[in-house]
Design a protein around this ligand. Structure first.
Ligand code: COA
Length: 177
């Protein structure tokens, strides 16, 4: 699988060596707060999750998790998953806490969306916990439009929370510069 290279980032297949960094950021309270995955993530669990990613097929259909790293400084800084159907895809992204507020998520998401539309996908969807303002802001910045709100849809660590539903077509994408 060829890597996806953006101005500052490289999106590539996960490798076993990523497990420690993966465990570190997924165990951070700020990162996990609005997510459904269990946290903290121990080293052995991270290794098992990463081993699962190694078996995935980037050309779909189905789930594929990209590892995100910087072009100039290799090493895992986040992950971006794509779940591809025939004409629809679902995406989600996570960055390590010290890698936020630099525009990396916008750059990665916009580039992957551009690729998906180029392969014939017509709609990309994403969801987030309604309290996750950083995620909603990111999705809007890339070109997603909010389609609805599922009230009390998700049980998130003991709390019932609303979920925002986003959708984007090719015309709405703010293409990466
Ligand atoms: C969702 C998440 C990836 C968003 O990260 P983010 O850092 O806010 O988004 P970006 O990397 O695109 O950075 C955008 C910010 O960088 C700023 N920025 C700085 N340099 C920039 C540049 N060169 N280009 C673009 N933006 C830049 C922008 O102004 C923006 O600032 P703001 O946050 O004050 O509005 C992050 O909050 C996260 O990992 N959260 C935990 C996991 C999660 O909840 N994921 C969502 C799943 S639904």
């Amino acid at each position: 699988m060829p890597d996806i290279v953006t101005r500052r980032l490289r999106l590539r297949r996960f490798s076993r060596a990523d497990a420690s960094a993966f465990a570190r950021y997924r165990s951070d309270h700020c990162v996990a707060r609005y997510q459904t995955w269990r946290s903290p993530v121990g080293q052995a669990e991270a290794e098992a999750i990463v081993a699962g990613y190694l078996a995935e097929n980037p050309d779909g259909p189905g789930f594929f998790q990209y590892a995100i790293e910087r072009n100039q400084r290799p090493g895992l800084i986040g992950d971006l998953h794509v779940e591809t159907g025939r004409r629809r895809a679902r995406v989600g992204i996570t960055l390590a806490p010290d890698m936020r507020h630099r525009g990396y998520a916008t750059e990665a998401m916009a580039t992957v969306a551009d690729r998906l539309f180029a392969t014939g996908v017509k709609r990309i969807v994403a969801t987030c916990d309604a309290r996750n303002t950083a995620s909603a802001k990111l999705l809007r910045r890339v070109g997603f439009e909010q389609q609805g709100r599922d009230k009390q849809y998700l049980e998130q660590r003991g709390t019932h929370t609303d979920v925002l539903l986003f959708r984007m077509s090719a015309e709405q994408l703010r293409r990466p510069s």
